[in-house]
Design a protein around this ligand. Structure first.
Ligand code: MN
Length: 136
């Protein structure tokens, strides 16, 4: 189980990522602006941050730069999530210091295994399962 902070202003995307992460055994905190995301991250540094690039206040690049200056958050992996799935975006994201990159729309089957790659072995969740499937 990992504590994952999702900073994303798109309600559908936030809901999908939250659903997949919770179904995989993780605890999710959500912020819909850059400012509130930074506040949450600094107050209680999570194990992983998923950061939308297009936010209503500060861009994801700005949030990344601010977080990297916070000693408590400096080592937390930060993964970019963006709709700008254009050639070069991944390279640009990695060049400015993101640890990884997801392009929207989020692909449920590849999202969960990709998340595991950013977590320590003891933090890894399980394959997604429905909260209604008991004893399966
Ligand atoms: Mn957005």
């Amino acid at each position: 189980m990992a504590r994952i902070l999702v900073i994303e202003d798109n309600p559908a995307n936030l809901e999908l990522m939250t659903y997949l992460l919770v179904a995989s055994g993780h605890a999710v905190e959500a912020a819909t602006t850059g400012e509130s995301g930074i506040e949450l991250a600094v107050q209680a540094p999570p194990d992983l941050i998923l950061l939308d690039i297009q936010l209503p206040d500060i861009s994801g690049f700005g949030v990344l730069a601010l977080l990297r200056n916070e000693a408590r958050v400096a080592r937390v992996p930060i993964v970019a999530v963006t709709a700008n799935a254009m050639v070069g975006d991944r390279d640009q994201a990695l060049a400015v210091g993101f640890d990884g990159y997801f392009s929207k729309p989020i692909e449920p089957t590849s999202f969960v295994p990709a998340i595991a790659g950013f977590l320590a072995p003891e933090q890894q969740g399980h394959a997604p399962r429905s909260p209604w499937a008991d004893g399966a």
